[in-house]
Design a protein around this ligand. Structure first.
Ligand code: APR
Length: 311
């Protein structure tokens, strides 16, 4: 069986870390691409020199040329710029949409049947743009949200209870922004609802911390945003697709009527397998959860309206 080929676009913090997890798990050979000359080549070589230590045989190469990504089974896109002082959210959207356009067009030219996993923020709207630019079926385009937000919530629950992270499951849906919707009713420890294990006020504080978890890291780092958990979480999604595991992982997936919304990518529980998003699972939402999800959808729709896709 030949190895899978995985391209990672953007060899910055998230991209390089994703390449590392992919190689450690031997999910395939990795091509790291960046616009900056030397960066992807240098980081790839550095990773190749770690291979003997960690005993992985994945080949990692760096490039600035989309030709080298030809025939990729899966592409993780992390290219973009962070929001800078004085930059409005619309400016960021338009800059990163421009970057996404170049990247997606470069990728699909050489890998017309690939699957795209988007990490660039603002997430849900970038996934929408990537889908439009790619011409790929919607099920083959998705974004990192619930896998990361849920991992953060799992970490906080495990810290609170002093129990293994392995036994903690947590579900976060909605947009990958402050309006995300952590679902405490669907978060469990070995099947026990967390609502039975953690008092309400503490649980609310944990849910609140989850919503702001990205910002908490930015405030600590001062010069960038999180990358270990984001890269690990996107590789979890990649693994589900590459190994056709049919894992149920909330992510920004295309909704066509599910949850009562249409023509939008937003965080919902999805079955991830070889075909990409194979199915969206609709969980029952109570009134409060539904209201929070609706508000999140409204926030993402508002941002999509600001998109200038050049139609
Ligand atoms: N083509 C290819 N690579 C590009 C392009 C482009 N047009 N424009 C920028 N890049 C590269 C940059 O050169 C840089 O190496 O994207 C990389 C981004 O890396 P970082 O600045 O380190 O950002 P990172 O922390 O990895 O975050 C990337 O993921 O979590 C999100 O909000 C985050 O949108 C951001 C993205």
């Amino acid at each position: 069986m030949s190895r899978k080929k995985i391209a990672v676009v953007g060899a910055g913090h998230v991209g390089a870390s994703a390449a590392m997890w992919l190689a450690l798990k031997e999910l395939g050979d990795v091509v790291l691409l960046d616009i900056v000359e030397g960066t992807p080549q240098g980081k790839s070589l550095d990773l190749m020199e770690a291979a003997p230590v960690e005993s992985f045989d994945s080949r990692i190469t760096g490039t600035n040329d989309y030709k080298d990504t030809a025939g990729s089974d899966l592409v993780i896109i992390t290219a973009g710029i962070p929001r800078k002082p004085g930059m409005s959210r619309s400016d960021l959207i338009n800059t990163n949409t421009g970057i996404l356009k170049t990247v997606v067009e470069g990728i699909v030219k050489y890998s017309p049947d690939t699957t795209l996993l988007i990490v660039t923020n603002p997430l849900d709207v970038m996934v929408y743009a990537a889908w439009k630019y790619s011409g790929l079926p919607a099920r083959k385009v998705m974004g990192l949200s619930g896998a990361l937000d849920g991992a953060r919530l799992r970490a906080f629950i495990s810290m609170e209870l002093g129990v293994s992270v392995e036994d903690v499951h947590a579900m976060v849906i909605g947009g990958h922004a402050d309006e995300m919707v952590p679902l405490k009713r669907y978060s469990t420890v070995s099947g026990i609802p967390v609502t039975q294990l953690i008092p309400d006020d503490r649980l609310d504080a944990i849910m609140g911390r989850t919503k702001k978890a990205g910002g908490e890291i930015v405030a600590l780092l001062k010069t960038g945003s999180a990358y270990y958990a984001p890269s690990a979480a996107v590789v979890e999604m990649a693994e589900a697709i590459i190994k056709d595991k049919k894992r149920v992982i909330p992510c920004a997936a295309y909704c066509d009527g599910q949850y009562g919304v249409k023509d939008i990518f937003i965080g919902v529980p999805a079955v991830l397998g070889a075909s990409g998003v194979e199915r969206i699972i609709e969980v029952e939402l109570d009134q409060q959860e539904r209201a929070a999800f609706t508000a999140s959808v409204a926030a993402v729709s508002g941002l999509i309206k600001e998109l200038k896709i050049g139609e």
